[in-house]
Design a protein around this ligand. Structure first.
Ligand SMILES: O=C(O)CCC(=O)C(=O)O
Ligand SMILES: [Fe+2]
Length: 354
């Protein structure tokens, strides 16, 4: 039996992706919209944009296939020449290549886009601080959209998730770098692009700063994200869509130099927001610049804190579904953090040094 050539296999996979993508693009260019898009007027603009970024997108698929390949070649230890292991690994490469393609090429139901235009006005959803600059929209996405997003997210092979101590994530739009000067933007997969477009249609982002960078975070019960600021890399408005289980988002004021003691760089929570499944939180201004945010790594948490004294900024918007003193049990939670990476000229040198 001839030895299995992983490089050839990879080349074949790439060619297949390219071929499929060429076919899709030719179809779009020759003006034959796919059936699911024909009722949605805006969709064609979107398709035009995807055409121009197609090479970039194909490069993204290549990179993913490379990493699928690398992980299997490694685990198959080809140098020991065990054919059975190699064949199993090759089959896995093809299967996962298929999954990657499916996830990256998926589209959500285009109806979600049209709904976003009519129902939302962000200014109605402002919370009273501190901190200022926080907005909360319950039921921002429908149960169907939540379900579709979770299915696409989980169709990605396990090895495409980046495993961190408190969560795992997938990054779309390019890998964040030390500073924006070395950042290489990548096209967003269509389904992520659709999510960003709903945010624009809902008035969360102007067209010029529609998000071009999205993190898909996944937290198991007991996991969280430590207090942090999102920093100068992005335009200072963040939109986070929550899916799955609930969590409490805590804002903590950043301490000024004189207040920082050896064991504390941050103050206690100034304001919290209960993130219900399918909700949207947006924050900017003071909340972005002067506060850190965190999600505690716990399996259960009490709304308003154990003393019941921590402000819950969106209490009214919870309309009795959740009250101060309630114990919230965590369940698997996904979040989409949508932001716009600044252009080179938009970052002040001082910011960049941070
Ligand atoms: O999962 C969340 O809601 C928070 C995510 C976050 O803060 C981030 O991605 O920077
Ligand atoms: Fe963050």
């Amino acid at each position: 039996m001839p030895a299995l050539d992983f490089q050839t296999l990879l080349r074949q996979e790439r060619n297949r992706v390219r071929h499929e993508m060429d076919q899709t693009n030719n179809k779009t260019r020759s003006g034959s919209p796919r059936a699911e898009e024909s009722e949605e007027g805006d969709q064609h603009d979107d398709d035009d944009k995807e055409d121009t970024t197609c090479v970039n997108f194909a490069a993204r698929v290549d990179a993913l296939l490379d990493s699928v390949m690398a992980s299997h070649v490694q685990s198959a230890a080809p140098e020991d020449g065990d054919m059975d292991i190699m064949v199993t690994a090759a089959a896995k490469v093809v299967e996962e290549g298929e999954q990657v393609r499916h996830c990256l090429r998926a589209r959500l139901n285009p109806e979600y886009l049209t709904r976003a235009t009519t129902e939302r006005d962000l200014s109605k959803h402002a919370m009273r601080g501190p901190p200022d600059g926080v907005f909360y929209v319950p039921e921002y996405i429908s149960k169907e959209m939540e379900q579709e997003i979770m299915e696409v997210a989980h169709s990605m092979p396990v090895n495409q998730w980046v495993k961190l101590r408190g969560r795992r994530l997938q990054c779309f739009g390019g890998k964040p770098t030390e500073n924006v000067r070395s950042f290489q933007s990548e096209a967003l997969p269509p389904w992520i692009g659709q999510v960003c477009r709903t945010l624009m249609l809902a008035g969360v982002f102007d067209e010029e700063i529609i998000p071009n960078h999205v993190l898909l975070n996944e937290y198991e019960p007991g996991q969280g994200i430590m207090a942090h600021a999102d920093g100068p890399f992005y335009h200072s408005r963040v939109a986070i869509i929550s899916l799955g289980g609930p969590a409490i988002f805590r804002f903590k004021r950043r301490l000024i130099a004189e207040e920082i003691s050896a064991d504390s760089q941050e103050s206690g929570p100034a304001g919290t927001v209960v993130l219900e499944p399918r909700s949207l939180i947006v924050f900017e201004g003071e909340a972005y610049h002067d506060y850190l945010h965190e999600i505690a790594a716990v399996e259960e948490e009490v709304v308003g804190g154990t003393e019941g004294t921590t402000p819950v900024l969106n209490l009214e918007r919870l309309e009795g579904r959740i009250n101060v003193g309630d114990r919230l049990k965590r369940a698997l939670r996904l979040s989409l953090t949508c932001r716009r990476v600044k252009e080179e000229g938009e970052v002040k040198d001082q910011d960049d040094a941070n």
